[in-house]
Each structure stands twice: as structure tokens, then as C-alpha cells.
Design a protein around this ligand. Structure first.
Ligand code: PLP
Length: 417
């Protein structure tokens, strides 16, 4: 009832704004949801405040919508947070991954090692360039690429290697880097869920040749659509600059005389715009607080779930590998996995949003399965993760109380199926 009175006070305070009709409706809703004890815990929820709204409005009031100071600012701020020597804002993480393949010169006949358990974009980036994906299975402990299997997949045609920090838990990069060095492979890190992910104190994305981040709404921070590439290599950064803007040889700012430029190479239009960057600048300011809440929520929920038989948790941070705690995925026993959608529906009915990362391993998605002739039981660990896991939310929109509620609800669900 306590929340009912809180809601009521809030509504009364805002009667002026909402009008009396809405006040009555709001009171009835608040009473009903309190009586039914109904909570809403969405899987993800962008944290957008007045600052973001003001920043976007300022862009719209200005004459510059693209090629402006906000993108520069966002790149600088993101670079400061990750300690990246070079940061390049992009239209999306997929755009950044595509440019990485393009830069590496991937084309027909070239092979790229790709994790079987990842977002489809990691593999699509190779296909865009006409390259061939050679998938490598996941390890069950973390969901990350099984490093021991990488070298078995390398041939004389292998030109690049992509890894994903699965749900923000880092791949052990020094081991991967030495393989890439030994075979002279361009190394791409898909860091879409890895803002705040560190390996030996160095941020994810700075171990390989290019690290690609996503600012899609359910990620750690959002610019609606958007991405960022970071790199320690000045040669990569310099060329990416051109590749993301048609291959034009100088930026608008560098053109002393309008209309004088040349195009020495092929390039895309993969820029981020000023509206997106304005959102990004505000979001980065809140990043430490967002990551702190995720880590805390993850810890609380892990502790409570450890006591449930029939579910197991992925390995998480240790003193070398620090996760960004994108979500908390649980692996169900065979018995529970057969009832997974009943469990998900039960959680849903109690207001708990969930997700599945990822519904199928990439090579089992129709496009890849048909193109590559993948067998039904290939990549068994990636399959097991796809078929046995449920991902629970730990985002900054949630608190300790929400974590207790999720754990209790999952316990009820497990007992009821
Ligand atoms: C979300 C995501 C992407 C794609 O990001 P976009 O910004 O939507 O292009 C790629 N890889 C991983 C691991 C993701 O989670």
C-alpha cells in the first residue's frame, strides 16, 4: 500500500498538468496494480533524462546537423572513458564491423574466423564483403569463443579473426592476440555489449586492431542508433575516417574552398549525426553510475540464484577479466530447458521481462545454415546456450528490490513447471 500512497501523492501533485479525468483514472490504475501486486520489470529501458532532451533540442535549434562539434565531443568523451587513442563515431556497430572487414581487405576466397555464439552482425560484416565465415564454437563457462579451437579453424586463406565479448564478459584477449599475431590476422573485437569490459586493466576494443561498440537502445548507453570504433592504430583510424564518409579525401572542415576534394578510394556513408552524438555526450556522463548499478544488481541477483538447483550461472569477473554486466544469463537443466517458454511466460505474467542471447547460434540461422550447409547438431556448446538459457535484466533502471523480486519469481516458476 505504501507505493499506492506514493503514486497518489504524485498524481495529486500533477493534477494541474494531467487534468481531473486523468487523476481519477490514474488513482484507479494505481489501486488495481497495487491490489494485484503487479510489477513491471522491463528487460531494458534507456535512461533518458531532461539533459538528453535539452541537448537534442539544442541541435535542432542549431544550423549544424552533421559534421559538427557534438560528434567530436562524443568521440573525445568516449575516448577518455575507454582510454582509447582513437575513437570514430559510426552509424551503428554493424557499420563499424563492416568497415573493419572492408579495411582488412576481406573479399571472395578470404576466410574470417567468427564465433558461432554472437549477434548476427558479427558474421554479416564478413558476408557484406564477400568473405567466408568460418565459425568456431563457444565455451560453456562464459559463452565466449573457445580459444583452443581457433587455431584448428585457421587455413592459409584466413585473413581476419573476430571475437565478441559475450554479454560483456571479456574474451581472454592476450591468448587471442598471440594467435592473431602468429598467423598475421586482422583482429576485430565486437564490443557491442562491452562498455566497461576490461582485460588486464585495458578496455575491450583496444586489444585487437579495431573495437566496435553499439548504442542501440537496449545497450549500455544509447544514441537511438549509433556505434563507435576505437583503435590503438593510427593508420587504421586515419583510413576509417575516410571510409565512413564516401572515401572523400578531406572532411568538410578541411575544405578551404567549398567543392574542392577528391575521392581516392571507395567508402560508405556511415557517419553518426549531431542529434545522436548529443545524446551520446549526455549518456557518457552517466556511464560510471550506470555501470555501478549493473554490477551491483548482477551481484545481488547472482547470490540469490546460486541456491536454485537445476540452473547454473556463467562465469563472471575475476581479477583479470572484468565484465560490463550486460545481463544475467542462466543455463537451465535439461528438464527445465524443455519448459523454457513456460518459465518465460510465467515471468512475463509476473511483470519480469527476459530475453534470449541468442535464439540460435549464427550458423544455425537460415541464411547461414543454407549457405554453408550446417548440420543440425554442429556447434554443440553454442546450441546448448541458445536452447538452455534465459537472460535476466540487471540494467540501471532496476534496484536491489527488483533483483529480489526476479529471483523469487524465478524460484516460483521453477517450482511450478
Ligand atoms: C547489438 C549488437 C550488434 C549490432 O549493433 P547495432 O548498433 O544495432 O548495429 C552487434 N554485435 C553485438 C554483440 C550486439 O549485441
Amino acid at each position: 500500500m505504501q507505493t499506492f500512497w506514493k503514486d497518489t501523492l504524485l498524481l495529486v501533485e500533477h493534477t494541474e498538468t494531467f487534468g481531473r479525468g486523468l487523476l481519477v483514472e490514474g488513482l484507479v490504475n494505481a489501486l488495481v496494480s497495487n491490489i494485484m501486486n503487479k510489477r513491471e520489470i522491463p528487460f531494458g529501458k534507456p535512461w533518458i533524462d531532461e539533459e538528453e532532451k535539452r541537448a537534442v533540442a539544442e541541435v535542432l535549434d542549431s544550423p549544424i546537423l552533421v559534421h559538427g562539434p557534438r560528434v567530436k565531443q562524443f568521440e573525445e568523451d568516449f575516448g577518455r572513458f575507454t582510454a582509447a587513442p582513437h575513437s570514430l563515431a559510426m552509424a551503428s556497430c554493424t557499420a563499424a564491423l563492416h568497415l573493419a572487414s572492408f579495411y582488412a581487405g576481406i573479399g571472395p576466397g578470404d576466410e574470417v574466423i567468427v564465433p558461432a555464439q554472437t549477434h548476427i552482425a558479427t558474421a554479416h560484416a564478413v558476408e557484406f564483403c564477400g568473405g567466408t565465415c568460418v565459425f568456431v564454437d563457444a565455451e560453456l563457462e562464459t559463452g565466449n569463443i573457445d580459444i583452443d579451437q581457433i587455431e584448428l579453424a585457421i587455413t592459409e586463406r584466413t585473413k581476419a579473426l573476430a571475437v565478441v565479448h559475450f554479454l560483456g564478459m571479456p574474451v581472454d584477449m592476450p591468448a587471442v592476440c598471440s594467435i592473431a599475431n602468429r598467423h598475421n590476422l586482422f583482429l576485430v573485437e565486437d564490443c557491442a555489449l562491452a562498455i566497461g569490459t576490461f582485460v588486464d586493466g585495458l578496455h575491450a576494443g583496444l586489444h585487437g586492431d579495431a573495437g566496435c561498440f553499439s548504442f542501440y537502445p537496449v545497450k549500455h548507453i544509447t544514441t537511438a542508433e549509433g556505434g563507435m570504433m576505437i583503435t590503438t592504430r593510427s593508420d587504421v583510424a586515419k583510413k576509417m575516417h575516410f571510409l565512413r564518409a564516401f572515401g572523400v579525401d578531406r572532411t568538410v572542415g578541411e575544405r578551404k574552398v567549398p567543392g574542392v576534394y577528391d575521392v581516392p578510394m571507395l567508402g560508405y556513408n556511415y557517419r553518426m549525426n549531431e542529434i545522436e552524438a548529443a545524446l551520446g555526450v549526455e549518456q557518457v556522463k552517466r556511464l560510471p553510475e550506470m555501470l555501478r548499478r549493473r554490477a551491483e544488481n548482477h551481484r545481488t541477483l547472482s547470490q540469490q540464484l546460486e541456491t536454485i538447483d537445476e540452473i547454473s550461472l556463467f562465469a563472471t569477473s575475476n581479477n583479470r577479466l572484468k565484465s560490463s554486466y550486460y545481463c544475467l544469463s542462466v543455463l537451465l537443466s535439461d528438464r527445465l530447458a524443455a519448459k523454457r517458454f513456460d518459465i518465460v511466460a510465467y515471468l512475463r505474467s509476473k511483470g519480469v521481462g527476459t530475453s534470449v542471447y541468442y535464439p540460435k547460434p549464427v550458423p544455425h540461422m537460415t541464411y547461414y545454415r543454407d549457405k554453408y550447409g550446417i548440420g543440425e547438431s554442429a556447434f554443440p556448446n553454442a546450441l546448448r546456450i541458445s536452447e538452455h538459457s534465459i537472460s535476466l535484466p540487471v540494467g540501471p533502471h532496476l534496484n536491489e528490490d527488483d533483483m529480489c523480486y526476479i529471483a523469487a519469481t524465478l524460484k516460483d516458476a521453477v517450482a511450478s513447471v
